[in-house]
Design a protein around this ligand. Structure first.
Ligand code: IYR
Length: 222
């Protein structure tokens, strides 16, 4: 057993209340500008920005500090093409067979369909995998904990970090996503969690006119 080793909490910053209020409000103003974008420019993005955003995601709280995630950053045109073909095949099934009429009705406000050109246009796709278990050196398996929760939190940090840097993202979830293991040659202990499309919005990008719920609709204080 590893023994816990504790060090002082040197990184914590305490702000005066007035500053804390300003920071909280300013952060809300910053993140509420984020919109999911489906029309991307092919303008290249510096790799360093992606690297920092992934490092930020890697700081997410997670089960027993196993950090049960893996990020595959795809910029290669031929790999993006394969991903697009496989995703559009699943999406065709979804839009023509798998989705219920209610689901399609609810998606109509977003204007989505089975065509996913952004999977080739955007400079980066980040395939996020959750590691259901670890494979030890002797081949035995060890459990990971709260894998989906952990990877979900890390993905939230990633999306926010990329927005903060000035990039647009699209959280794309073709289902099922098993094709990502094959195309990206990931091991069987990793399950695709989400495909994040990253880049600049195209010059004429539009977004659906939708609203977010207000505080009283999403929170209760008791
Ligand atoms: N995965 C499909 C459908 C889709 C589902 C939901 I829920 C969305 O919020 C958006 C799309 C697609 O990407 O088109």
């Amino acid at each position: 057993m590893n023994k816990a080793n504790f060090i002082p909490l040197a990184s914590y910053r305490n702000y005066p209340e007035s500053e804390m209020k300003k920071r909280a409000a300013a952060f809300y103003e910053e993140v509420k500008r984020r919109r999911t974008v489906r029309e991307f420019s092919n303008q290249p993005v510096p790799r360093e920005v992606i690297e920092h955003a992934i490092l930020a995601a890697g700081t997410a709280p997670n089960g027993a500090n196993m950090q049960p995630w893996h990020f595959v950053v795809v910029s290669d045109a031929s790999v993006k093409k394969q991903i697009r073909a496989a995703a559009e095949k699943e999406e065709h099934e979804f839009y023509t067979r798998r989705a219920t009429p209610e689901w399609l009705e609810e998606l109509s406000a977003l204007g989505t369909d089975e065509h996913k050109p952004f999977l080739e246009t955007a400079p980066y796709l980040i395939a996020i995998f959750e590691q259901s278990y670890r494979i030890m050196e002797n081949g035995s398996h060890r459990k990971n904990y709260y894998v989906t929760e952990s990877t979900g939190i890390a993905t939230g940090v990633l999306v926010t970090a990329l927005h903060h840097a000035g990039l647009a993202t699209l959280t794309h979830t073709p289902s099922p996503m098993g094709f990502l293991n094959e195309i990206l040659k990931r091991p069987k202990n990793e399950k695709p969690f989400l495909l994040l499309v990253v880049g600049y919005p195209s010059q004429d990008a539009t977004v659906p006119d939708i609203r977010k719920k207000g505080l009283d609709e999403i929170a209760s204080f008791i």
